[in-house]
Ligand binder design. Structure first.
Ligand SMILES: Nc1ncnc2c1ncn2[C@@H]1O[C@H](COP(=O)(O)OP(=O)(O)OP(=O)(O)O)[C@@H](O)[C@H]1O
Ligand SMILES: [Mg+2]
Length: 355
């Protein structure tokens, strides 16, 4: 499923935004979701300086030890503890105590996160850490067991239909239909999102052109390269112009050139439309290149968050994000040890499909 419309009607077009043409009207309107408590949704530029730095640790501190003797995790965890960001009005994503259990297994464990509007946020962690499960709760594909999450102030539990209009989703597994052409894939999606018929053709043409796929519009997707499929899925997920885009391993299996193309496209979307990007990746170079803030998830918990620079500086003067990842997660063996085998297998199959 690509950026799943989830059977919900599309949001009305966002006046003041024309993502695919890269234009903005001079005076963006207040979002219809604005309230007296939160008057700044989306359309007033809220790119905040706080997006660039760590905020002070949560006054309550972690609820349970994540490192040190008896916890099975390395002592140097204590060097980089989780520092949950304090939510602010206008944050694109706010997560508080979010938990998901599958039977007795706690896969996402009391996660706290706040992602400012227009930020590029990276969620990192070993296979099986719970990243995809967390995203699925944020886009309402999975119900939380406990806790709350809001997308632009809309609660995923109580206002799922509104949340689905506010998000785009590029899933970890390939989702475009290989038996259809690129254009047909987009038409299906435009219909599911109730994009007005009069706008569909132009919007689809613009979307294809924006990622260099105009010449491939009528080709079957099964004949596309992995990079072309991923680009198609990205424009598909944005066709209804969501303010928050979730990308689960957007460049998995791609060659360096295709990866850089996708990075450029994501930067463009973020810069021109102020779309909030919530990305998971195992590619630390990608996280460093794209993300203003990252969080590292391990065994269902967020164990560290901050800017890439902050996290690197805490591990060592010459550390890169690979070093941070290994230091914090002990080399990422969780997938094999704790039931992530299936997830690792899925990732490998995805990589093979992407060729
Ligand atoms: N529907 C499900 N039923 C039972 N267990 C599940 C289900 N979905 C995920 N899990 C388990 O939850 C854990 C977290 O999986 P998840 O896919 O969220 O990890 P991930 O961090 O995205 O991993 P990867 O990096 O490999 O994609 C894994 O142990 C997985 O087997
Ligand atoms: Mg995953």
């Amino acid at each position: 499923m690509a950026a799943g419309p989830l059977g919900e009607p599309a949001a009305p077009g966002r006046r003041g935004h024309d993502r695919l043409r890269g234009r903005r009207s001079p005076s963006p309107p207040r979002c219809r979701h604005a309230t007296s408590q939160n008057p700044t949704y989306y359309h007033i530029n809220p790119r905040r300086s706080s997006a660039a730095g760590l905020v002070p640790p949560h006054p309550c501190g972690p609820r349970s030890p994540t490192s040190g003797p008896g916890t099975g995790t390395p002592h140097y965890f204590q060097l980089v503890q989780s520092s949950p960001t304090a939510p602010s009005p206008g944050d694109a994503v706010v997560v508080r105590g979010l938990t998901r259990r599958f039977g007795a297994a706690v896969v996402v464990d009391r996660v706290d996160l706040a992602v400012p509007h227009a930020a590029v946020f990276g969620l990192l962690g070993p296979n099986g850490a719970g990243k995809t499960t967390l995203i699925k709760m944020l886009i309402t594909l999975l119900a939380p067991s406990e806790g709350t999450a809001t997308i632009a102030g809309c609660d995923v539990r109580t206002r799922p239909a509104q949340v689905r209009r506010l998000v785009g989703y590029v899933p970890q597994l390939l989702s475009a239909d290989g038996a259809l052409t690129a254009e047909e894939n987009l038409v299906v999606f435009a219909r599911l999102y109730h994009i007005p018929r009069a706008q569909r053709r132009a919007r689809i043409a613009d979307a294809l052109a924006s990622v260099g796929l105009a010449g491939s519009a009528t080709k079957l997707v099964r004949d596309f390269s992995g990079g072309m499929v991923r680009r198609l899925e990205i424009i598909q997920s944005m066709l209804h112009r969501p303010p928050v885009l979730f990308l689960d391993e957007p460049t998995i299996g791609l060659d360096p050139a295709a990866r850089h193309d996708i990075w450029a496209e994501l930067r463009q979307v973020n810069a021109t439309e102020q779309t909030t990007l919530f990305i998971t990746t195992h590619d630390m170079e990608e996280a460093d290149a794209l993300c203003q803030q990252v969080a590292i998830m391990h065994r269902g918990r967020v164990i560290a968050q901050g800017t890439p620079g902050e996290l690197k500086a805490r591990v060592g003067p010459d550390a890169n994000l690979d070093d941070v990842f290994i230091a914090l997660t002990g080399g990422g063996t969780q997938g094999v040890e704790e039931g992530g085998f299936g997830a690792a297998g899925r990732a490998r199959r995805t990589a093979r499909r992407l060729g």
